[in-house]
Design a protein around this ligand. Structure first.
Ligand code: FAD
Ligand code: NAD
Length: 465
């Protein structure tokens, strides 16, 4: 059996693992990265990027349909059609460009990439089985676990046939006539909305009483209203029981125990993701765990010396930018730098229509933490830029300490607000106060003016409302 020795061995080439490897390479650390599939992980191959591409294509198609119905803008267009096969090809092209780019960056930084499935033998030894079946043993000083996550399955309705996960939903051969989505979280609503815009009849079944139950009701209200306008049916407070006997529908029980069957040609199950912590020898290390997630400290150290873990494998929030930040930090710690993972806030964006952004504390979070805060909303209905892009739904909300006006959180819902997450995150990390944001000149006309106006409103003197 061939043997390789290295300083750092990374298992998994997703955003966590590939960023750790690139940074380690930059710092001169001898690094091997083992990836069973294509570099880029869930995010680039079957997650963030392909979902945003499909969402964009669906939005453009929907816009074309809207113009065919006549529009206040005076635009007239014929009825559009869509070739979903070509849409998927276009999406695959973007994925290919990005994953090839990651491969090139790893090479540029002298990272040895081994394509194969890693099996952990002990905290310093991993066996890799390549595509050709050949075994390779890798010895390391530091082992970084970045194996990510996988979709949770409903035991009574496993994936297969008409029951699909986000992976299959991102590469459809066609648009189903009737799609049932289980779960009104990130994936269910992002992809449910896209499929509706592509022409499917969509019903979303959610166990909780609200869509996006992780966010507060005020924030998700414009999303619920938009789903209704789009014709997405919501079955809230309902649980799925399984496929019906004929296999052409989903049995659903509502909060009153009433059972119905929803006719379906495809069922997208999006009830969460679970850390990929089994099936490759990780159990043998007997690390301290939080359920299925590997337990880490604020430097991403596990309970075993020189074994590190990052990203989705370590549990919520399962977000690509968190995984990347952790990966970069671990490489720097191994190189001898003093680093800790203590962000003041990690932005979360849901790419529904309208989009939702959450950074830091909501008023409810602050209340639960016993903090005395002021909060204020500024509606896009009072923002000129929002009017010019025909999108006045939603608002920006700021949360700040009452005593010194330190900003603790931002929330926003509206078209294009994902791009405001940068300003929100920076203001919190830099320790900005309401006065700092209110006193910054914001370009006109921009959606960003709602950020300044929310701060002004919290201070009691908004100008445009
Ligand atoms: P992953 O990206 O899951 O990568 C892990 C890698 O490890 C995989 O490539 C896997 O093949 C490899 N691997 C696992 N075990 C082994 C082994 N034994 N040997 C070799 N290789 C192995 N997050 C956002 O921030 N924004 C978004 O818009 C967003 N959209 C998403 C949309 C969808 C549909 C999905 C499913 C997820 C989305 N996410 C989004 C979440 C994001 O994809 C993850 O948080 C992110 O990919 C986690 O990175 P990671 O490096 O921890 O793991
Ligand atoms: P999620 O946790 O966002 O939502 C799952 C939803 O399913 C919840 O609302 C939950 O109440 C509901 N649910 C659970 N069991 C159910 C059942 N039996 N019947 C009906 N409803 C049920 O999970 P997800 O949408 O699968 O996404 C997984 C993870 O992927 C997210 O937590 C997120 O970290 C990541 N992701 C992020 C983005 C983004 O950042 N834009 C996009 C997609 C995915």
């Amino acid at each position: 059996m061939n043997q390789v020795s290295t300083t750092l061995l990374v298992i998994g080439g997703g955003p966590g693992g590939y960023v750790a490897a690139i940074r380690a390479g930059q710092l001169g650390i001898k690094t091997v990265l083992v990836e069973a599939a294509t570099p880029g992980g869930t995010c680039l191959n079957i997650g963030c990027i392909p979902s945003k591409a499909l969402i964009h294509a669906a939005e453009e198609f929907d816009k074309a349909k809207h113009y065919a119905d006549g529009s206040a803008l005076g635009i007239m267009a014929g009825a559009p059609a869509i070739d979903v096969g070509r849409t998927v090809q276009w999406k695959d092209g973007i994925v290919k460009r990005l994953t090839s780019g990651v491969g090139a960056l790893l090479k540029k930084n002298d990272v040895q990439v081994i394509n194969g499935f890693a099996r952990i033998l002990d905290g310093k030894t991993v066996e890799v089985k390549g595509g050709d079946g050949e075994l390779l043993r890798v010895r390391c000083e530091h082992l970084l676990l970045a194996s990510g996550s996988e979709p949770s399955e409903l035991p009574f309705m496993p994936f297969g046939g008409m029951v699909v996960s986000s992976t299959e939903a991102l590469s459809p051969a066609d648009v189903p006539r009737r799609l049932v989505v289980v779960g009104a979280g990130y994936i269910g609503l992002e992809l449910g909305t896209a499929y509706r815009k592509l022409g499917a009849e969509v019903t979303v079944v959610e166990a909780a009483e609200r869509i996006l139950p992780a966010y507060d009701a005020e924030l998700t209200k414009p999303v619920g209203a938009a789903l209704k306008r789009l014709g997405v049916e919501l079955r809230l407070g309902s649980s799925v029981l399984g496929l019906n006997a004929d296999g052409d529908g989903v049995r659903v029980k509502d909060a009153n125990g009433q059972e119905t069957v929803l006719a379906a040609d495809r069922v997208l199950v999006a009830v969460g993701r679970r850390p990929r912590s089994a099936g490759f020898g990780l159990e043998s290390l007997q690390l301290d765990m939080n359920g299925r997630a590997v337990k880490i400290d604020d430097q991403c150290r596990t309970s075993m010396r020189n074994v590190w873990a990052i990203g989705d494998l370590t549990g919520e929030p399962m977000l690509a930018h968190r995984a990347m930040a952790q990966g970069e930090m671990v490489a720097e710690i191994i190189s001898g730098k003093r680093r800790h993972f203590t962000p003041n806030a990690i932005a979360a964006v849901c790419y529904t229509d309208p989009e939702v952004v959450v950074v830091g504390l909501s008023p409810l979070d602050a209340e639960k933490a016993g903090l005395d805060v002021i909060s204020a909303n500024f509606p896009f209905a009072a923002n000129g830029r929002a009017m010019t892009i025909e999108s006045t739904d939603g608002f920006v909300r700021v949360v700040a300490r009452r005593d010194n006006h330190l900003i603790l959180g931002w929330q926003a819902v509206g078209r294009g607000v994902s791009e405001l997450s940068t300003a929100f995150g920076q203001s919190i990390e830099l320790g900005a106060t309401l006065e700092d944001i209110a006193g910054t000149i914001h370009a006109h006309p921009t959606l960003g003016e709602a950020v300044q106006e929310a701060a002004l409103r919290a201070l009691g003197h908004a100008l445009h409302i």
